[in-house]
Design a protein around this ligand. Structure first.
Ligand SMILES: Nc1ncnc2c1ncn2[C@@H]1O[C@H](COP(=O)(O)OP(=O)(O)OP(=O)(O)O)[C@@H](O)[C@H]1O
Ligand SMILES: [Mg+2]
Length: 217
């Protein structure tokens, strides 16, 4: 599926809630921005439309059919790709996205039980066949992630209120999603239990190496 039609690089951050994605994506962006054209975005919520969907999806207090939930994430993804990600890649930028298609495969597919093959097909359609060039997978135990979320001063989302079995399925879902990638699409697994600074340094070093190899740094 990978077309290589665009010159930019798509880097996604994946992992369970509280694994450290947002802080790491931010650290990578801060490192890259003085060195090359880069943008930091997220799913859901990378566009104006997406912000409305994010509030709806994460803060809702009503029951939502898992398929309906997935299709809202897919709508966010479709708009995000078309409006922001693909244009930036076409301009040669490095696009860093805090979550993307693998999260749907893991959360709505393995977590909530929506048919994974449907999610995979719709994800590819939403992304216009573009795969991430690199996915940074921040790996962490449920217990450690839970501890961190407990200290974070934010309202818990519907997902963060889920139990351990849910996150075990989500972790399996991430691995299953990665197994579907074409060989050119790289998965960088990082141990999220390390000190925050160590996690960030490791990610920056890995991405720096990758971009240097591709002649972009
Ligand atoms: N390596 C680390 N060690 C200790 N604390 C960390 C580490 N990385 C992040 N944190 C802290 O843990 C909390 C969760 O991190 P962060 O918000 O980056 O996770 P996330 O993966 O983006 O979570 P979510 O999926 O809920 O958005 C934050 O308070 C953050 O400051
Ligand atoms: Mg986050």
């Amino acid at each position: 599926m990978h077309t290589y039609s665009s010159q930019g690089i798509l880097v996604t951050f994946e992992g369970i809630d509280g694994s450290g994605k947002t802080s790491a994506a931010h650290a990578l962006y801060t490192y890259l921005k003085g060195r090359c054209p880069a943008i930091l975005t997220r799913e859901p919520g990378g566009t104006e439309f997406g912000k409305i969907l994010r509030t709806l999806l994460q803060g809702r207090t009503f029951e939502l059919d898992p398929k309906a939930e997935y299709l809202l994430f897919a709508a966010d993804r479709t708009q995000h790709m078309q409006e922001l990600v693909l244009p930036a890649l076409n301009e040669g930028k490095i696009v860093i996205s805090d979550r993307m298609a693998d999260s749907s495969y893991a959360y709505q597919g393995y977590g909530r039980g929506v048919t994974p093959a449907m999610i995979h097909a719709i994800n590819q359609w939403a992304m216009q066949g573009r795969e991430p060039d690199v996915t940074v997978y921040v790996m962490i135990s449920y217990a450690e992630a839970r501890k961190r979320l407990g200290t974070r001063n934010e309202q818990k989302t519907v997902f963060e209120r889920e139990q351990e079995e849910f996150f075990e399925r989500v972790a399996q879902g991430f691995e299953a999603a990665f197994a579907l990638r074409s060989p050119e699409s790289i998965i960088m697994r990082v141990d999220g239990h390390q000190e925050q600074e160590q996690v960030h340094t490791e990610i920056i070093r890995l991405i720096e190496q990758y971009l240097t190899q591709r002649g972009l740094l």
